[in-house]
Design a protein around this ligand. Structure first.
Ligand code: RI2
Length: 331
């Protein structure tokens, strides 16, 4: 089949996701959906829906190869592609319009979900609460900002989040909302935990057993919170739940360039030192009190129910591709 080149704008978005110019699990998902819409608009191949779908698949593949951990990215792409395939558009105009519609639909859903999480989660924040957050999560910040807008008096500790220092973005956002915020180094978490009474973080991926994959350091925070009897809330839209984990797939943890930790000179002068830069870690469900989703506040153990409700047919497809007899109709 003819291979049509991916437009430069799509390659640019893919590169921005890879280099973290566009970052945050929700943001990269929306950017990927937008990139597919741009790909559809820029299509210059033959007037053949099958070729068009193969071209969209190719763009999707490039986007999927950018970052491996946040499932929001493949879920956003899957949202567009599976519906495009199922709908079977009869001509090019319909196919292009459908990709644009699905992309807009996903983006709107994502933005609304973040708002709803803020409203739902804010009910658990009380005046006088001292909240600790890690990295920079739009969903977690939505909870804090909603609570503040309701007139609740809250104080926030934000971790720096080495090596990329996303904590500074969190601080800027909270300050611009007029919220009392203190920046702390990641290593001060256990020391500060005495003053904290709630932890709120985001998620890149939630597994079927309720384990949460989030920015490296999250599991240390959850452990320190558990020791100090401080509640841990995770704010996560349902497209951050991973359907592949239902069939036993593991979540790949992204290892980034060591030069985000040390410079080139250090690496040259210390050839025997191995520097590792894992970007995420896994917090087991036992250390999480609740996950705040747009579908409501759930115990982490209910992740499977969300997955079946939201991705049931995709999970079914996974099973059919592995065990074809499952797809056969019963007598
Ligand atoms: P929202 C980020 O990953 C952080 O781990 C953050 O907690 C998570 O995405 C969710 O962010 P990175 O892209 O979708 O900074 O809630 O590596 O904004």
């Amino acid at each position: 089949m003819v291979k049509i080149k991916c437009p430069i704008e799509v390659l640019q978005i893919a590169n921005d996701i890879k280099t973290m110019k566009i970052r945050g699990a929700g943001r990269i998902a929306r950017a990927a959906a937008k990139a597919l819409k741009i790909a559809a608009e820029k299509y210059e191949g033959p007037d053949d829906v099958e070729v068009f779908i193969a071209y969209i698949d190719h763009a999707a593949k490039i986007l999927l190869e950018t970052r491996p951990t946040a499932v929001s990215l493949p879920n956003a792409i899957m949202y567009v592609i599976t519906r495009l395939r199922r709908k079977r558009p009869i001509n090019m105009a319909e196919a292009k319009a459908l990709v644009a519609k699905l992309s807009n639909e996903f983006i709107k859903y994502s933005l609304t979900a973040t708002e709803e999480i803020g409203i739902i989660g804010s009910r658990r924040i009380l005046s006088g609460d001292v909240v600790l957050t890690h990295c920079n999560s739009t969903a977690a910040l939505s909870v804090i900002i909603h609570a503040h807008k309701q007139g609740k008096d809250i104080k926030v500790y934000a971790t720096e989040t080495r090596p990329k220092f996303q904590g500074h973005i969190t601080v800027r956002t909270l300050l611009s909302e007029g919220i009392d915020v203190t920046l702390i180094p990641d290593s001060a978490v256990r020391y500060i935990m005495k003053k904290v009474n709630k932890v709120i973080v985001g998620a890149d991926t939630v597994a079927a057993n309720g384990a949460v994959v989030n920015k490296i350091g999250t599991s240390n925070i959850a452990l320190a919170a558990h020791e100090a009897r401080v509640r841990v809330f995770v704010a996560a839209e349902t497209y951050k739940f991973s359907p592949a984990t239902v069939i036993g797939e593991l979540v790949e943890i992204e290892e980034r360039d060591p030069r985000e930790i040390v410079d080139e000179k250090y690496l040259k002068e210390n050839p025997n030192v191995t520097v590792r830069n894992p970007a995420f870690d896994i917090t087991p469900p036992e250390y999480i009190d609740a996950i705040i989703t747009e579908e409501g506040l759930i115990p982490p153990q209910a992740a499977y129910l969300i997955l079946i409700e939201k991705f049931g047919w995709i999970i079914q497809d996974y099973f059919i591709s592995k065990y074809p007899s499952r797809g056969e109709d019963e007598e």
